[in-house]
Design a protein around this ligand. Sequence first.
Ligand code: HEC
Length: 121
Amino acid sequence: MKQYSILSLFIAATIFGSCYYDVEEELYPTLDCTTTNATYSGVVEPLLKSKCYKCHDAANNNGNITLEGYTNLKKYVDSGQFIGVVKHSAGFSPMPKNEAQLVDCDIQKIEKWVTDGALQN
Ligand code: HEC
């Protein structure tokens, strides 16, 4: 009998111990991420401005790629390159180059804007 209770204590400790280390953000990654109103002018353009324009605006078009302005960006949306580089998908050069990947919520907003039709809104 005593052995069983020690065993169940051990099991309980293992189960609750693992719960203790669960991080809410990892369990529910979308919890605090609101992707409604993910518009070009409100979300996408400001993100590009802060993370991408220093290399891809009209003056600094690294890799011959200009992302400044809706029409310029749209080409890379339509080719799949925009989502590919932002999500660090295989076969694309991960962006922003030599910097940390965009935070998950920003990537979700970008994806929402693209699946909504990548409108000039
Ligand atoms: C530090 C400079 C730098 C920053 C910041 C940067 N890029 Fe780039 N990007 C480059 C260079 C250089 C290339 C040319 C290909 C290469 O060297 O990987 C490139 C290539 C690309 C390409 C084409 C690559 C492919 O595989 O199709 C896209 C699309 C792109 N960048 C988008 C972005 C986006 C979106 C951001 C912001 C999230 C960004 N870049 C931030 C320098 C940068």
